[in-house]
Ligand binder design. Structure first.
Ligand code: NAP
Length: 330
C-alpha cells in the first residue's frame, strides 16, 4: 500500500479550491491542514473539504505535526516569503506559478531549499500533463522532424476590477505573470533559452500589461512567437512547427486534452488523452513520488528550469516596460 501523504495548503483563494478538488482524486493524498490570513476562511475551507486542522495564520500551521508538504496558493508577491517560511521549518513546498516576482527572489528560494535540504518545486502543472508528455515523445521520435519554431497564445477577457489582483500592479497583476508564463514555459521547454528577445506590451490605466507580445529568437533561425492578453479571448493554442509537419496543442493548450498532428501531405490526426479533474493531480502526484526519494527537486521541473523561466519573465518585462513598483529586483 502507498504511504499517505499529508498536504497543507497555504492561502485559500480560487486556485486552492481547484487544487484540493484534484487532490481528492489521489487515493493516498490527505488534506491535513489549511492556513489563511483569515481564521474564518480557514475554518470554512476545512469544513468544506474535511481538512483535519485549520489555522488563521501561516506561522501557526508551521507548528502543525505531520505535514509532509505544503502547497502555496497565495498571490505572486507572497510566494517568496511563504516559501521561505515553510523551508525554514523544513517543510517541502509546491509553490504556485509564477514562482516569485523576480530572479533574485527565485535564487533565494532555491538557496533556502538547498541549505535546509528540503524539496521545492514550482507548480507549473502543464509540465506534468499527459498531453505534454506525448508532445515530447512525438518530438523525440522525430515525428515532426527538426523544430523550426513555436507559436503560442493565451488570452481571456478579464472583468475589469481595480480591486482584484489581475489589475493591481502591486499584486503582480497583468497578463505576463498570470498567463504569459504558459507560452514562455512552452518555448523554454521546447527550445531552451533564446539568444534574442523582443517584447511589447499594452499598459492599461492601472499600469499593468493588458497584452504582451513576445518574439524569441534562437540559434538556427528558430523563432517563438508568443502572446498573452487579459483584454481578449484568444484561441489559446500552441503550434510546434517542424521540418516534417506541425503539432497543434489544442485549446486551451496549457490544459489541453488533445493534440492534432498535421504532417506534411497527410490528413490531420487527432490524439486524445485521459484527463481527470482539472489537471492538477499530475503535478501533485509527481511531488508525492519524489518526496519519498529524499531529493530537493523534481527532474521534470528542476530548480534550474524555474531560474531560466523567471529570467525570461524578467527579460520580457524589462524589454516591454512592465513594472511592479515594490518588486523591481531584476
Ligand atoms: N495553476 C493554475 O492554473 C493557477 C490558476 C489560477 C491562479 N494561479 C496562481 O495561484 C496564485 C493565487 O491565485 P488565486 O487566483 O487563487 O488568487 P486569489 O483568489 O486572489 O487569492 C489567493 C490568496 O491570496 C490571498 N489574498 C487575497 N486577497 C489578498 C489581498 N488583497 N492581499 C494579499 N493577499 C490576498 C488570500 O490568502 P489567505 O486565504 O491566506 O487570506 C487568498 O486566498 C497566483 O499566484 C496565481 O498565479 C494558478
Amino acid at each position: 500500500m502507498q504511504k499517505k501523504v499529508n498536504w497543507g495548503i497555504l492561502g485559500l483563494g480560487q486556485i486552492a479550491h481547484k487544487f484540493v478538488a484534484d487532490l481528492k482524486l489521489i487515493p493516498n493524498a490527505t488534506l491535513h491542514a489549511v492556513a489563511s490570513t483569515s481564521g474564518e476562511r480557514a475554518q470554512n475551507f476545512a469544513a468544506q473539504y474535511d481538512a483535519v486542522h485549520y489555522y488563521g495564520s501561516y506561522e501557526e500551521m508551521m507548528k502543525c505535526p505531520d505535514i509532509d508538504v505544503v502547497y502555496i496558493a497565495s498571490r505572486h508577491p507572497r510566494h517568496h516569503e511563504n516559501t521561505l517560511l515553510c523551508l525554514k521549518h523544513k517543510i517541502p513546498v509546491l509553490c504556485e506559478k509564477p514562482f516569485a516576482m523576480n530572479g533574485v527572489e527565485v535564487e533565494e528560494m532555491i538557496a533556502a531549499s538547498k541549505s535546509n535540504q528540503t524539496f521545492l518545486m514550482e507548480a507549473l502543472w502543464t509540465r506534468f500533463l499527459p498531453t505534454t508528455k506525448k508532445v515530447l515523445e512525438l518530438i523525440d521520435d522525430d515525428v515532426i522532424g527538426e523544430i523550426t519554431g513555436v507559436k503560442a497564445d493565451f488570452g481571456f477577457k478579464a472583468k475589469f476590477d481595480e480591486s482584484g489582483r489581475l489589475y493591481n500592479q502591486n499584486e503582480g497583476g497583468g497578463a505576463l505573470l498570470d498567463i504569459g508564463i504558459y507560452p514562455i514555459f512552452l518555448a523554454l521547454l521546447l527550445l531552451g533559452k533564446p539568444e534574442e528577445i523582443k517584447a511589447i506590451a499594452s499598459i492599461g490605466k492601472t499600469n499593468v500589461d493588458e497584452t504582451c507580445h513576445m518574439l524569441f529568437k534562437y540559434s538556427n533561425n528558430r523563432i517563438a512567437n508568443l502572446h498573452a492578453s487579459i483584454l481578449n479571448e484568444t484561441a489559446t493554442e500552441a503550434f510546434i512547427y517542424g521540418t516534417k509537419g506541425v503539432i497543434r496543442i489544442n485549446s486551451r493548450f496549457h490544459e489541453s486534452t488533445s493534440v492534432t498532428l498535421l504532417l506534411n501531405d497527410k490528413e490531420p490526426k487527432d490524439i486524445f488523452f485521459e484527463f481527470l479533474g482539472f489537471g492538477y493531480r499530475y503535478e501533485a502526484e509527481a511531488v508525492m513520488e519524489y518526496l519519498s526519494k529524499d531529493v530537493i527537486e523534481h527532474p521534470l521541473m528542476p530548480h534550474s528550469f524555474s531560474v531560466d523561466l523567471m529570467e525570461l519573465l524578467d527579460r520580457v518585462r524589462k524589454e516591454a516596460g512592465i513594472f511592479y513598483p515594490t518588486y523591481d529586483r531584476v
